[in-house]
Design a protein around this ligand. Structure first.
Ligand code: URA
Length: 189
């Protein structure tokens, strides 16, 4: 698929019932050639209305963490496991994840990230390990050959539980360190 084909397929997708209630499919945003890709859970209300991931309250907090470690939001690629908003922001159903996963696979193929970071447990359970426990396993890195992958707390959890923000900052600093290391390696290659 090309990017145009992916966008058209997402916008016209009717493979699950979330298509009936969506305002917009929320495909992804940022640099399509990014080394670093973040994958969240599913669009919320603001995202559904705008068609852009992580623009609501959780997104604003996430932006602060990106800024804190000097990562430019426009230089990374941000998307979600689901492209359509679940009603009342409930957790995605396994069958919704299953039918939507083809779009994320295309995004991986097109972006070719070297570093993938799951935002929260839903993405981590899908992309890292079905038994992933975010409190126990956040900040651990896994080598997947083409890319390395880790998970951090979901920013909406950090809105509800500010006590975890320090740990998030530590994880974000490690992401930045890995990104810098990659970029420095590129300069001398
Ligand atoms: N939460 C997510 O997981 N993704 C978004 O795009 C917004 C909120």
């Amino acid at each position: 698929m090309t990017w145009d084909e992916l966008e058209n397929a997402c916008r016209s997708c009717e493979r699950c019932t979330l298509s009936l209630s969506r305002t917009n499919s929320v495909i992804g945003c940022g640099d399509r050639n990014a080394k670093l890709m973040f994958v969240g859970e599913a669009p919320g209300e603001k995202e559904d209305l705008s068609g852009v991931p992580f623009v609501g309250a959780a997104g604003k907090l996430f932006d602060k963490f990106l800024m804190a470690v000097d990562i430019d939001r426009d230089s990374v690629y941000i998307c979600n496991i689901l492209k359509c908003r679940p009603p009342k922001n409930r957790d995605p159903l396994p069958e919704e994840e299953d039918v939507c996963f083809r779009f994320l696979e295309e995004q991986f193929r097109l972006v070719k990230p070297s570093i993938v970071v799951c935002l929260g447990r839903i993405a981590a359970m899908r992309l890292i390990d079905p038994d992933f426990k975010i409190t126990r396993d956040h900040g651990i890195w896994y080598d997947r050959g083409d890319y390395s992958i880790s998970a951090v707390y979901h920013p909406s959890l950090l809105l509800r539980d500010p006590g975890r923000r320090e740990a998030m900052l530590t994880d974000m600093k490690e992401i930045k360190r890995r990104l810098d290391a990659l970029e420095n390696r590129d300069k001398i290659d």
